[in-house]
Design a protein around this ligand. Structure first.
Ligand code: 5AD
Ligand code: SF4
Length: 445
């Protein structure tokens, strides 16, 4: 979501005549797009601001803006930080150019955030701003994110998102389809449809109410688009079988589901205000695998939620064993001000215990990922090539001076192989020769 907002802001500022630089020292304006989901993310922003304060001493005209969720959360208070000139919430990004102009003209700090974020559900300016943009990924050729929903109404007890991104709003079907059409014209092959609980997508136009499954059929009709993914799914029965059926029916819909579980303990799930039990969650995975037998499933977990006992945690480990995920993201619980968990519950699990549980859960997942990856050895896979591999892998056989490339399969396995860099943005066939828990290695066919 944040990557997309960064791309939207970059495109809008370019239209307004600004140019992008990768180097802080060259910049006249520095914008930091922020995340509030865990405290650690916010601490990193404050450390960047400390650095920028230093640069400002030599360059007093430098303008620094904080945009995104942290701007919405802290508002005016952020201006108290010496480095900050502009504070702009995620719903106010259409006004960023004016905020920059006002900062220069008036030589004073500017704040634009929603006054009552939970009432900010009708933001036609944001829809207009967003729907005119055609933004392919700057870093990865041939790929793009397209938001289909804004905000969230789920109020999971630990989560800041409903308080900084506002109420759930589904974007008009036509705007989404038009946008994907333009992306396809620009050579985009993979679109990833985005929403905090993307499977809750619902948009009524005339007589018809469109669901995410309907949207998949529509986007699938667009020539040039080869792969479609959607993230992130909320574990709910409503519309789930239909969504999986759309995945089975549509060759372009990647067999990949990211559906965070958060915990395997019913006691903790209840305290988290997640509206399912561990058994119901596993039931959804059964449905998914009945309809799409080779589906790859990924999940998120929070360890060390208030009152999580050893027994609760063991239930999470057991669930991970049963679920056979392709991969999991594990986070240590971080209390967020204003959320129900922070107001009503004590953060009573020691940091050391959170760390151990985090490690143990990842270790369990790693053994599962290795076993799943082993199934790829000797197989041929189709990958969409992203570009040069960031770090050199020793596992990769050299094929005559070609650099190491990285790509992904439709079901999101990372594949590293040697090949010409001109393949970036193209599909390639690769034979898998070696594996590791998260990465497959192979040779270009
Ligand atoms: N503490 C730790 N992890 C969190 N997440 C969301 N809020 C918190 C929090 N307060 C995790 C959830 C979510 C992912 C994006 O971040 O696992 O799925
Ligand atoms: Fe946060 Fe829950 Fe909404 Fe996900 S579904 S964004 S965890 S409130």
């Amino acid at each position: 979501m944040n990557k997309l907002d960064t791309a939207l802001v970059t495109a809008a500022l370019k239209d307004a005549g600004f140019a992008l630089t990768e180097h802080v020292k060259e910049a006249n304006i520095v914008l930091i797009n922020t995340c509030s989901v865990r405290e650690h993310a916010e601490q990193r922003v404050f450390s960047h601001l400390g650095h920028l304060k230093h640069i400002k001493k030599q360059k007093p005209d430098l303008i620094v803006g904080v945009i995104g969720c942290m701007a919405q959360r802290l508002g005016q208070n952020l201006l108290e930080n010496d480095a900050v000139d502009i504070v702009c919430g995620p719903g106010q990004i259409p006004h960023l150019t004016e905020l920059i102009q006002a900062t220069v003209a008036k030589n004073e700090g500017q704040v634009s955030v929603a006054d009552n974020i939970r009432k900010a559900d009708n933001n036609p300016e944001l829809e207009d701003f967003e729907s005119v943009q055609t933004i392919a990924d700057r870093d990865i050729p041939g790929q793009a994110f397209v938001r289909v929903m804004r905000g969230c109404d789920n109020f999971c007890a630990y989560c800041i998102v409903p308080y900084v991104r506002g109420p759930e709003v589904s974007r008009p079907v036509n705007n989404i389809v038009e946008q994907v059409n333009r992306l396809a014209d620009e050579g985009v092959k993979l679109v990833t449809l985005l929403g905090q609980a993307v499977n809750k997508y619902k948009y009524t136009a005339g007589e018809k109410t469109y669901t995410l499954a309907d949207l998949l059929y529509k986007v699938s009709d667009i020539q040039g688009i080869e792969w479609i993914r959607f993230v992130t799914s909320y574990p709910q029965k409503e519309g789930f079988a239909e969504l999986m059926q759309a995945m089975a029916d549509l060759p372009k819909a990647c067999n990949y589901l990211h559906m965070p579980t958060q915990s395997g303990s019913d006691k903790i799930l209840k305290a988290m205000n997640r509206r399912y039990t561990a058994r119901q969650y596993l039931g959804l995975l059964d449905t998914a695998r009945q309809i799409v037998p080779d589906i790859a499933i990924a999940s998120d977990f929070i360890v060390g939620f208030p009152d999580e006992s050893d027994e609760d945690f063991e239930q999470t480990v057991d669930l991970v064993k049963d679920a056979q995920y392709k991969n999991c993201f594990v986070f240590k619980y971080s209390p967020r001000p204003g959320t129900a968990a922070d107001e009503k519950l004590l953060d009573n699990i020691p940091t050391e215990v959170k760390k151990q549980r985090n490690y143990k859960l990842l270790e369990m997942q790693e053994s599962i990922s290795v076993a799943l990856a082993a199934g790829f050895e000797g197989k041929r896979v189709n990958v969409l090539v992203e570009g040069l591999s960031k770090k050199p892998h020793l596992n990769c056989a050299d094929s005559g001076g070609n650099p190491q490339l990285v790509g992904r399969t439709a079901d999101d396995w990372i594949v590293v192989f040697n090949g010409p860099v001109s393949l970036a943005g193209q599909f390639s066939k690769v034979k898998i020769t070696k594996i590791s828990p998260l990465t497959l290695f192979g040779e270009l066919i």
